[in-house]
Design a protein around this ligand. Structure first.
Ligand SMILES: C[S@@+](CC[C@H](N)C(=O)[O-])C[C@H]1O[C@@H](n2cnc3c(N)ncnc32)[C@H](O)[C@@H]1O
Length: 203
């Protein structure tokens, strides 16, 4: 049986089919940071149902939504179209098929430590497991992002990266310190079993 879920953020409603990540607190915390100029370029990496894409498009940005999951790209396209916005989509493993540079890059990564994953649940929902499974200590995609984001930011551009307390955020801070870039934690929230943080990194 396939199904379609609905999620709500402020005055936006989004649909997400089976196999696409349901926009949740992590999505909403990142979405809160979307304040972009009309005409700016935005990459929504790991777009899922496309909440960041939708808000950025609504603010007048030129949006590229990227994901490893085709169903997510379709959902993001349809959710944006429902509000009259056209976006570009790229099927990609992280930045592999991303050639351009952007004014803003947003990323809510799969960040659950692999060791904390429920294997039965992952077997039942392999596409969704890719949304959660962050590899060892949940850092596989965070670390890839931290190595590669700079090559995809315009000068003065900003990257927004979500981390969880499950990921040892001091490792993120150490990597950014080593790069000598300007960064700040611009949003945080406390949930039942974790704290969530959004890093703003200036390229
Ligand atoms: C935690 S979900 C976030 C989805 C959406 N951005 C949100 O905030 O609701 C992570 C997303 O990253 C995508 N993803 C997982 N591995 C990826 C990879 N290697 N390259 C690109 N996207 C990936 C998943 O398919 C999923 O849509």
């Amino acid at each position: 049986m396939s199904g379609m879920g609905r999620a709500f953020y402020k005055h936006y409603g989004l649909r997400f089919p089976d196999g696409v990540y349901e926009p949740l607190d992590d999505s909403f915390l990142l979405a809160d940071q979307v304040k972009v100029e009309a005409g700016s370029t935005v990459l929504d990496l790991g777009c899922g149902a496309g909440l960041v894409s939708l808000i950025a498009a609504h603010q007048g940005a030129n949006v590229t939504a990227a994901d490893i999951n085709k169903k997510a790209l379709q959902a993001a396209t349809e959710n944006c179209r429902a509000y009259g916005h056209q976006i570009e989509t790229v099927e990609t493993d992280m930045f592999l098929n991303i050639s351009g540079k952007y004014d803003y890059v947003f990323f809510n990564p799969p960040y659950l430590p692999h060791e904390d994953m429920d294997d039965q649940l992952a077997k039942k929902h392999p596409e969704l497991a890719k949304s959660w499974d962050g590899g060892a200590h949940g850092r596989r995609y965070i670390d890839t992002f931290l190595t590669q984001y700079k090559g995809h930011l315009n000068p003065g551009g900003k990257a927004y990266l979500l981390n969880s307390s499950l990921n040892d955020i001091t490792k993120t801070q150490e990597k950014l310190d080593k790069q000598g870039v300007k960064y700040a934690i611009v949003a945080r929230t406390e949930l039942f079993f974790e704290k969530l943080y959004v890093f703003e990194i200036t390229g």
